[in-house]
Ligand binder design. Sequence first.
Ligand code: NOJ
Length: 552
Amino acid sequence: MPDNKLHWWQKTIAYEIYVKSFKDSNGDGIGDLKGITSELDYLKKLGVGALWLTPCYVSPQADNGYDVADYYNIDPAYGTMADMDELIAEAKKRDIRIVMDLVFNHTSCENAWFKESRQSRDNDKSDWYIWTDKPTNWRSIFGGSAWTYDEKRGQYYLHTFLKEQPDLNWKNPKVRQAVIDVANFWADKGVGGFRMDAVLYIRKPEVFKDGKPDAQDDMVAIHNMTVKQDGILDYLNEFKTKVISGRDMFTVGEANGVTAAELPQWVGKDGVFDMVFEFSHTQIDLPDEKNWSRRRSWTLPQWKSLFSQSQKQIEKLSNGWYPMYLENHDIARSVSHFLPDGAPRVQGAKALAALLLTMRGTPFVMQGEELGFVNVAWPSIDDYDDCYSKSHYEFAISEGYSKEEALEGVHRFSRDSARTPMQWNGTKNAGFSSSKPWMPIHDDYKTFNAEAEKNDPESVLNWYIALAKLRKEHSELIDGDYVDIMPYDEQIFAIRRENKEKKATILINLSSQTAFYDENLVKNAVQIAGSDGMSTKGKLSPYEAVVFEECI
Ligand code: NOJ
């Protein structure tokens, strides 16, 4: 059994719920908290012990909840605080802890803090946000200037993302205390963890460079100017001490910009978080943050080396841990993202599942990933909801790409692909809602849905359930070391997980051709799982995944 010294969240599986799209209980076409509570048994079967909810606080929804107007209340579209208390309690009965998404780099412009701040230059909250008379030439992550002029105050305010998402001024100790109070409010409710949104941007450089706000060509990405500023760790250590220390919960930071070499400062006993989501392996095909129409080719050995670099760093740390993910609500579906066009969908999804659930660390599954969801490819940019997709499309057009080329980039990378409603069954609206869903359902819902897959022994869903069970029964898959045993192989991802008693060898063919390996690698081992049933030692069919085990 897993080493008891590990924390509960290191031994379990985490699952991300895009609240708006998981399950609608009241027929308004929008997912809600009661809907989630009604599906806890489904999640339990998947081995889930931590449930990350995307923000469900009061919000005008300019960025689907990542613009928070009131951190202390639930958005009426999602239910009430009583629904949240019920969800936390019902989840707990099933050994599932809720993980809240803390959005503290910015608020909504509808937040009372901002409403007060914009009133004048000398009110109580006048410096809770970042105001200037002279804006810099920074381009926001969602496109356009990162500064917006506020008529009322007669100054510009900074927003890393949309203009509806003004950045908080963490330099002000009162702001730091305010977010600490919010986090303690949720921690006191008994949630099991926090995912910290956009957290690398919370500290801004001391001096703003001279502004050239208009000429797009002269603009610089705000990410490059504000990510990981000196002193950020002081803020996060303060947060850790005043919120997390002494509690049985975990933190996972969204860390677009922390390199493998820097991990020791960020995770583990001496780091500020328990885990951080790195971006390197998901951005391997993205050469240019501004424009999705460009795409970089990559090889399996390059991809594998990214995982190995992180694993090597994490391994050295006391309590350092890795959150393994291939999907989330901001990126494409993994089958469409990491496998070549035309790869067989079910086998491909099963191969990726084997990787997700056998890597050292806590696997984070995105809703629908366990059903083998793929990207949507809607015919017009107007069909898309995601602001980021729209800005990439416009940017591509402004750079001279054709509409078709710009749309193809959106098809490949749009965040909407991960946000389409969950497919529960093959009835109208896929069992997600009794009325028209807020976002169209993928047109493959009659085949790819939870009910159909539950009844199909070869489905992606049943393979996930089998792998979740395997993790529970084979301790080396939880606490064993990680070694990439065939780093240069172009087809096979071969992982060794070993603890004091047992050694597992996971062999995953991530190519469309039969692949061969030295059968001595598993000479004395027995097969404990196989995506295609029993496997012939030394050989893997396209996208076949197999797990062998031997005692030491
Ligand atoms: C990262 C979140 O994951 C994303 O969905 C959001 O748009 C930005 N942060 C802004 O909060």
